[in-house]
Write a protein that binds this ligand. Sequence first.
Ligand code: HEC
Ligand code: HEC
Length: 397
Amino acid sequence: MKSKFREFLFEAKHRTGLLVAAATVAVSLYMGVGAVAQSKSTLSALPPTPQAPKDNPTTPAKVALGKLLFWDPLLSGPQDVACASCHHPQNGYAEDRDLSLGVTSIGLGKSRHQSPGSTIPIVKRNSPTLLNIAFSGSDQSGSYDPATAPMFWDMRVKSLEKQALEPLKALEEMRENTYPEGDEAVAKVVAKLQANAEYRRLFAGAFGGKQPVSAENLGRAIAAFERTLLANNSPFDRYMRGDRSAMTEEQVRGMQRFESVGCVKCHSGPMFSDYKLHVMGIPDNPALPASDDGAEKTYAFRTPTLRNLNFTAPYEHNGMFPTLSAVVGFYEDASGGRSRNPNVSPEKLDPLLRELKDFDEEDVDLVEFLRALSDDKFDRTIPERVPSGLPVGGKIQ
Ligand code: HEC
Ligand code: HEC
């Protein structure tokens, strides 16, 4: 009974939505093209190819080398983890588990587990997708500078080139206690690559110069490969490029809702992110020994892209929400001024959260629209072997 009533309310709401939309179109037509341009949404399709920094133009040789490096566990201290262990194409280059497990762990995604007796802590965050990471930093008009593109949930690193060296230094991701900390850890990895004849040849072919095997070129090759991980032809992209049949009616209504309720205030531009930090009050993950207080201990985290969510559950910086409906339910609470994290008082919540209005957990259209932002035709190819001869992708079997 109750649910029938809800359905009725829903229907009514949608009908009003359509009426408003129809009225907007009528007014725009009446006022001429200028008005249409003014009411243009901040959402747009992604371009077909990304830009690269001036000092690292993308070449086939770099991409081929970067792909091998990405899959080679030689880069980790105990030689058991590769970048692909936590960013696997099977899970949209993200992971289907809440928090990552690095060195000394075994398995892939959900079935990955710490090996008995391991003293290595779990990684405190959820692995983000690398699909479209090339477009990181895109503003509302779609411009971005790949040399300063923000990386990580707290934006602590700029550019793919620099980011690629960070996991090598992180104890719980790829370093273990095998190497010293910081740049010395990277130097150890470079020495291992230098000792491998196939890598020496591939680095020379991709970069030339006197010392082709270097930390800088290691970052460059991986970044060049990551720029090829594109999924930019979703139903939404095709719709925006003019194919009006690419999205369902529900999805088109959901897109209007996405803008009218205010999601678009933070999830804007072709990546659906403003690349800014916001205090959201996502609940802490109980698996962690301490609360994750985000960027500069403010509990702020970066707006993530909303592209390819169909492959990247669970959601948020700590994987606390298993489904998109759970995320929407969270926003219903937050818009009412309720914080879901006891360390974040309601006054600290981002003001834009309170401005969200007029939607609820059962907002089917909104979720349907989010589903239209995924493109499943991305590159899933895995190299047959890697130059070290170690298992491709690390101990993920
Ligand atoms: C043990 C799992 C693990 C491994 C191994 C790993 N990553 Fe990640 N990666 C993560 C997690 C977790 C984050 C988010 C960390 C944060 O934001 O603090 C991340 C973040 C990133 C980001 C930033 C994405 C964004 O949207 O900001 C990039 C790029 C990336 N990783 C690439 C790599 C590369 C390249 C390698 C190999 C050199 C690698 N990762 C190895 C788990 C891993
Ligand atoms: C105040 C800015 C802001 C507004 C408004 C906002 N979001 Fe978010 N959104 C964020 C931030 C920041 C995160 C990441 C928070 C975290 O993990 O701590 C996020 C996370 C998400 C995620 C999880 C994505 C992932 O890969 O983990 C989804 C889905 C999402 N938002 C959808 C929405 C929808 C739908 C709306 C409108 C109802 C909305 N957002 C409104 C800033 C915002």
